[in-house]
Design a protein. Structure first.
Length: 262
């Protein structure tokens, strides 16, 4: 049985503090979590400390995605996402994409009670080449930049950083060069998005921009009387949760290629 233990003496010692907290501790032998003072007393957001304490209290294998955390906490996706980024930057949290059974790629989350950057990282299935740095934003096509930065008008969730705009701009430039207008590009990038984005908007936009450009409509003098084909519905990949067009739910081309490679 837990026994109450108080640090308070029957009489105040000479010179003892007369203000501030006085702890009344209980010796616990089950259902408790050890948290370092460096984490519990970390300056900054209380949401970050609360998310860290909650993750530390969970058993291995428990889901800690943004959606799962939002179901537990009353804070929204923005605050939860910010807390996870702060914990990742501080060295407590680490995400790694690993190949699981059947060749499926899954994201594994590792959480340390004390950040130890000098320890070896969890083993990765195979080394991946570092991505090429994006071109400076000032060198990107102005019209492509305007299309990308205005996406937030159509969908307030599509907020992109300067780096993400620089990475996506070349693909938008190719669509523009193929004769696809800005309105068509905006519609292709914003139509049919899921109600809850489980990854950065830039990842979904990059996947959609990787598809062949939309066909340019004929001029009024050469409009075909054949009704336009109905586009395939948007599906969410069972492996990586990317959005793509397909007749029925399945995995995207990249995940199918990975499975074949295995």
């Amino acid at each position: 049985m837990a026994e109450p233990q108080s640090n308070a003496h029957a009489r105040a010692d000479a010179g003892a503090s007369t203000s501030g907290v006085i702890h009344i501790r209980t010796r616990l032998d089950a259902n408790f979590t050890v948290i370092s003072n460096a984490l519990a007393q970390r300056r900054g957001s209380a949401v970050t400390i609360g998310v860290a304490a909650y993750i530390l209290s969970l058993p291995d294998g428990a889901p800690v995605s943004i959606a799962a955390l939002c179901e537990h906490f009353t804070e929204g996706e923005i605050l939860i996402s910010r807390a996870l980024r702060e914990l990742e930057a501080a060295g407590y949290l680490e995400r790694r994409r690993q190949r699981g059974p059947g060749g499926l790629i899954r994201t594994r989350t590792y959480f340390r009670d004390v950040p130890q950057r000098d320890l070896p990282a969890p083993p990765a299935p195979e080394p991946t080449p570092a991505p090429a740095p994006p071109p400076p934003l000032g060198e990107a096509d102005e019209q492509a930049v305007a299309v990308l930065t205005s996406l937030r008008i159509a969908d307030p969730r599509l907020i992109l950083s300067g780096r993400e705009v620089a990475e996506l701009a070349p693909a938008v430039t190719q669509w523009l060069a193929a004769g696809v207008g800005p309105r068509q590009i905006t519609g292709a990038l914003t139509t049919g998005l899921p109600d809850r984005l489980r990854s950065r908007p830039a990842r979904i936009l990059a996947f959609r921009l990787g598809e062949p450009p939309l066909p340019v409509p004929d001029s009024p003098a050469h409009v075909s009387r054949t009704p336009p084909a109905t586009p395939l519905p948007w599906q969410t990949c069972d492996g990586c949760e990317r959005a793509f067009r397909a007749a029925e739910p399945t995995r995207c081309r990249d995940c199918r290629d990975l499975s074949v490679a295995c």
